[in-house]
Structure formats: C-alpha cells, structure tokens
Ligand binder design. Sequence first.
Ligand SMILES: [Zn+2]
Length: 282
Amino acid sequence: MNKITLMFPGFKTKAFTMNFDDGIDTDIKMASIMKKYGIRGTFNLNPGLFSPEGTVKPAGRSSIPLTVSQAKELFSDPAFEIASHGDRHIAMAHVPGAAAMVEAVKSRITLERTFSRLVRGFAYPFSSYDGDTKEILRLAGYAWARGNKDKDDFLLPREDEWYDWRGIHQMDGRFEGLVDKFVTEPNLYYHGWLLYVWAHTYEFEEFGTWDRIDGILKRIAACDDVWFATNSEIYDYVKAFRGLVWYADASAAYNPAPVDVFLRCDNGEFRVPAGGETKVTG
Ligand SMILES: [Zn+2]
C-alpha cells in the first residue's frame, strides 16, 4: 500500500463550502442564491447584536443585522449551518481572558437556545485570536474556528489547524484564479480538494457584485466531482476519514464513525461503511 487518499461522499474528489460573518440581512439574498444551486454553508452570528423586530433599514445602508425572526426563518433550512461570531463582535485576543470566555460561552448558549440547533463553529471577529483564544473555544465546546488569514490552495486543515481554519475571501485577488483551477483541473492524486470561500454578504451589495458571485456559484455547482457541505459537515467527514482504524498490513479498514467513508488507494476506490470493515487488497 503506497498511498491512501481521502475522497468525499459519493467518491467525489473535491468539496465546496462557504462561510459568512456578521448575521446581516443581505445573508437572505446570499442564501437564496446558494439554495438555487444546491450549495451549503455556514453563517456566523452575533446573538447580542440582532436588530429589534420591525427594524427598517435606513436609507443608504447596505445592510443591517438580522432580526431573530428573520434569522429563525432563514436558518430553519439545514443547508445553512449556524456558527458563532461571539456575542457582540468582540476582538477575542484584545480583551481579558474572562471577557473572551463570556463571548464564547454566552453566544453559544444563546444561539443554541434560540435556534434549537447545536453550534460547533466560530469565526474570530476582526480575526483577533491567539493560543489562549483557541483554548477558550475548545473548552467552550467549539470544534473549529475561522480567521481571515487566507490561503490559495485546496488543502484540508491538519489536526492542529482546526482552530485556524483558512479559506479564501471572495475579494482576494487570487480568488478567481483559484475557482478556475478548482473547476477545470481534475484532482487525480491528492486528498480531496476543498475550496473554502468566505465573505461578508454586504460586500455584494456595496460593490454591486451579486451577479458575479451568482455566476461563480453556478459554475461550481455544474461540476459533478464536487461535494457540497456546510463547514461542520466537512469537519465531521474529515474526522471520520482520519478515524479509520487500519489493519497493520493496511489490507482493510474499520470505520467506527456514523458516516460512510470513501477513499482511493493502489487497488482502486473503496467505501468503508459506517460501523463496518472494507478489505482494500486484491
Ligand atoms: Zn465580523
């Protein structure tokens, strides 16, 4: 056995996910475009900053925070995951540790109670974080967190990178080139490629780029080698792949996870069923 590589569900060689900050009313339009193309993603909310019910957007403003009832309607759809962006958008590494702890825990409790859903991810406001912040999030029960240090590759996070999960911002100068590569190049040899795109949806309103992002998503949605998932669905799947238990001679794998795992090795492509074993040698 020379090499075992991760494939995504359905033997897909690529995955696509999106991530949005701030919980604002332009998220509604973004979600409708994603829905049109079957694209899934994660929205990072500040429960301490929701608009009061009935708030009318002032003239000239590109966006305002969602109301709770708007958010409840939008996020009743399981294609859209809810994550935390802190309770009130505090710079986590620029406040005392106790204040950061309150942001992490209070926002998670409020979001989970409001939406009756588990909250497992976090996006750092102002991309402010350090080692203590990561530890606070881990203890508060978050599985992963996203900052804004972008990268221009499709590598999955290593195990020590889940609290520093990097994607590419939709206005990064490298974004369109990366989309081109993702759509046109087959991934024949490597672990599943992940294109992770993040944004603030007010940007599409302010810069008049709704049609541009619509066109990009349409192009990605037309690819038949791509798996569409929320951030935590990607996390769970990668964890399941890495959690396979292999026989010492790599002849077979046992999958203790509750999801099927797909992989490629010297002898072909294999599915290891949830809770089952699969032999991968002749
Ligand atoms: Zn923010």
